[in-house]
Design a protein around this ligand. Sequence first.
Ligand code: C5P
Length: 226
Amino acid sequence: MLKDMLKNLNIAIIVAAGSGSRLGSGTPKQFLRLGNREILSYSVETFSNHAKIDKVIIVTSADFLASVKKNYPNCSVVLGGSTRQESVAKGLKACPYRTRFVLVHDAARPLLPFDIIDSCLRQLDEFDGVAPAIEPVDSMVSIEGNRLKNLSRNNLRIVQTPQCFRVDVLKKAHTSPFVDTDEMGLVSKALPDARLSFVKGAQINMKITRDGDLEILNTYLKAQQK
Ligand code: C5P
């Protein structure tokens, strides 16, 4: 009992405060339905069922605060900000005192494989930050004016979530003036000496963003049920 009270905690922060819907439905994508459930519920369930995750914090917008509190009574639910980075900062503030590792996950990535959480946590024994990533399969170019520059795929990664850190590292990066679209980007700018690493991501851990993404995941779920 006392041992439990003194143990360091691993906290999942699920960011679900985005208002935009490039899917054109008007409802933020994390609250659309996949199969017969809300998209947000999948990642909440995955983290809640993982033996090494002690608590799930959901960050959401004012419009959905009451319903998220009602629908996920075992999670802490806090108000987000106007950017993803601000929402993560609010989640960090809600972490309990004994937090050791934080795993920041996009609510819009419902089908997070369980073993990615395991690989990330294992790597955090040696690194300050870890995230899943996949290698691009298409040719990659950068466009400068009307010139195309071919980029070497070997040096490129598509970075997914959960982005996992020692809590002190991520909090320190959040006190910097830097801004980025994700935590790996922010930490690498703010703390260039931080030891960062990637584990193997998964295509199914895709972020629902464009028309057709929901159909892909619905088809996958149906095939799994057969
Ligand atoms: O917009 P984007 O797809 O990059 O959002 C990634 C994740 O960040 C989504 O789960 C979204 O709900 C979350 N987000 C947030 N607060 C914001 C903007 C995005 O929690 N202000």
